[in-house]
Design a binder for this molecule. Structure first.
Ligand code: ADP
Ligand code: ZN
Length: 517
């Protein structure tokens, strides 16, 4: 066997893939793999992770076993590998050609063998692997191995036992999203040396980030669509919302808009996805089920109606915009209720995971609430040291006004407390501003000490303050929408903790700065 070198790799890169150069840190990963060194590659979506195992797989003798979590993803990879003349196969329940695959594998005629972690962790698979020669284990979506990761899957934990039985086969773990803790965990779980980490830049400079409170999502999205004529993805939290938004946006804008969620028939889903990939102006409204493995470089915007699950999720989803490098937008429209619901769901999370889930939510709240550069916060979250301002996010382009809202927050918390912690912001606002509303009088809330203590000119700040308190978890909504004190509410009430709120800039006509609403 002759040793494959990096210069071989460059010519093979050209011969097999038709690319003249490696991109980013692909070369570092390929070099390590060819040298038989186990590696963790953390590279953003679209950076070209697949090539870092496909190229060595095509060059090295033996088969590269690829662990991949989704059948659809495997089949996409299979198609593109085969299109490049790489000998690849999948072993999934959807495949009818198992016999051919197994024969090819045993005879050393396969470069790539894709399997799901559930199959890889079965004892029979180990026996199968020992009948052939292996070049590499590639573990895609490797953050699934870590409980710190945002998508922990127990079957990934069993891969270690399998791979340990083949100690001479190097491992290449790949992921787009792993913060510091998750990275350390992946290295430990998969026994990859610490110096095997290859971390590529997370910055997507062509994406302009904006995060806005949600008032009228249809109107806000229609405005965004009027500014961005190219293809777009709108993420909505539920199937019902997806359907509703798709209908209303289509009607409001006259542009082609299709829904996508797991409740649709498989054929409809496939047809809608296909139509979107082929279109130059379509908007797809989808749940997070949409997007993994979709190669559409010209997506001009990704919008979130509601908050994503985590910063990792946000980065991954927004990362589907502008893969062609041309300017693209990522706009999130959030509401206090999004955080209220997420914090309520925390109570159902098993004890062991609750704290890390809470930290995930706090990090997301910090991103939403920051008056500073969004990109800087994102990149710091992934362990980079970016400059403090990027010049291409809403807060850099249009610095928001920050108000000291400590006194107002105390008044609001006090009103929530004195009305029995069972009213929403609408009612509290009426009490605080001294409205002679029927319900206020009926409840006797006009006789409370907090009645009318907020001046009219301050009233507009009440909602942003409530939103900020809810995002932080200092106010939480019960199932009837009643606001209850939680978190640091008592410290704020006692005047021991200041609170600053970001005032969203007034809607303006200037393109970009207001982020479509
Ligand atoms: P990831 O898995 O990191 O999200 P992919 O492996 O799907 O990314 O690659 C994204 C796109 O980049 C693909 O269309 C791929 O063909 C392209 N690509 C990968 N490597 C290179 C390269 N060295 N030069 C040009 N294009 C590349
Ligand atoms: Zn910025």
């Amino acid at each position: 066997m002759t040793l494959a070198t990096l210069s071989d790799a460059r010519s093979e890169l050209h011969r097999i893939f038709g690319f003249s150069e490696f991109r980013g840190r692909q070369e570092d990963v390929v070099e390590r793999v060819l040298a038989g060194q186990s590696t963790l590659a953390v590279m953003p979506t679209g950076a070209g992770k697949s090539l870092t195992y496909q190229l060595p797989a095509a060059m090295l003798p033996g088969t590269c076993v690829v662990i991949s979590p989704l059948i659809a993803l495997m089949h996409d990879q299979l198609r593109s590998a085969r299109a490049n003349g790489i000998r690849a196969a999948t072993l999934t329940s959807a495949d009818a050609d198992w016999r051919e695959t197994l024969d090819a594998f045993r005879c050393g005629n396969l470069d790539l063998l894709y399997v799901a972690p559930e199959r890889a962790s079965q004892p029979g698979f180990r026996d199968l692997l020992s009948t052939a020669s292996l070049s590499l284990f590639a573990i895609d979506e490797a953050h699934c191995v870590s409980e710190w990761g945002h998508d922990f899957r127990p079957d990934y934990r069993r891969l270690r036992g399998l791979m340990d039985d083949f100690p001479d086969v190097p491992r290449l773990a790949l992921t787009a999203t792993a913060d510091r803790q998750t990275r350390a965990d992946i290295l430990a779980q998969l026994a990859i040396p610490e110096d095997g980490l290859v971390l590529a830049g997370f910055d997507r400079p062509n994406i302009r980030y904006a995060i806005r409170p949600r008032d009228n999502p249809v109107q806000q999205l229609a405005r965004l669509m009027a500014e961005e004529a190219g293809p777009g993805i709108v993420y909505a939290p539920t199937r019902r919302k997806v359907e509703e938004l798709a209908d209303k946006l289509g009607a409001a804008t006259g542009r082609p808009v299709l829904p996508y969620h797991a409740g649709l028939d498989a054929e409809v889903r496939a047809a809608n996805q296909h139509a979107f990939v082929a279109s130059e102006d379509m908007v797809i409204v989808a749940t997070v089920a949409f997007g993994m493995g979709i190669d559409k470089p010209d997506v001009r915007f990704v919008a979130h109606v509601g908050v994503p699950k985590s910063i990792e999720g946000y980065y991954q989803e927004t990362g589907r915009a502008g893969r062609d490098g041309d300017p693209a937008r990522a706009v999130m429209y959030w509401g206090a209720g999004d955080f209220a619901r997420a914090r309520m769901r925390l109570e159902e999370v098993e004890e062991a995971r609750r704290q890390s889930e809470r930290e995930r939510l706090d990090a997301l709240a910090a991103l939403v609430e920051t008056p500073g550069c969004r990109r800087a916060l994102l990149l710091r979250h992934f362990g980079e040291s970016p400059p403090n301002a990027c010049g291409n996010c809403d807060n850099c382009l249009d610095p928001p006004q920050v108000s000291d809202a400590t006194e107002l927050a105390r008044k609001l918390l006090s009103a929530a407390y004195r009305t029995g912690q069972s009213f929403g912001i609408g009612h509290l606002q009426k009490v605080l501003t001294g409205s002679m509303d029927e319900r206020v009088i009926q409840r006797g809330h006009d006789r409370l000490s907090v009645f009318g203590i907020v001046a009219a000119e301050e009233a507009a700040l009440l909602r942003p303050v409530a939103r900020a308190l809810q995002a932080r978890g200092d106010l939480i909504a019960n199932e009837h929408g009643g606001l209850q004190l939680a978190g640091n509410a008592r410290a704020i009430l006692k005047g021991e903790m200041p609170l600053a709120v970001v005032m969203p800039p007034r809607r303006r006509s200037k393109r970009g700065g207001a982020g479509g609403g």
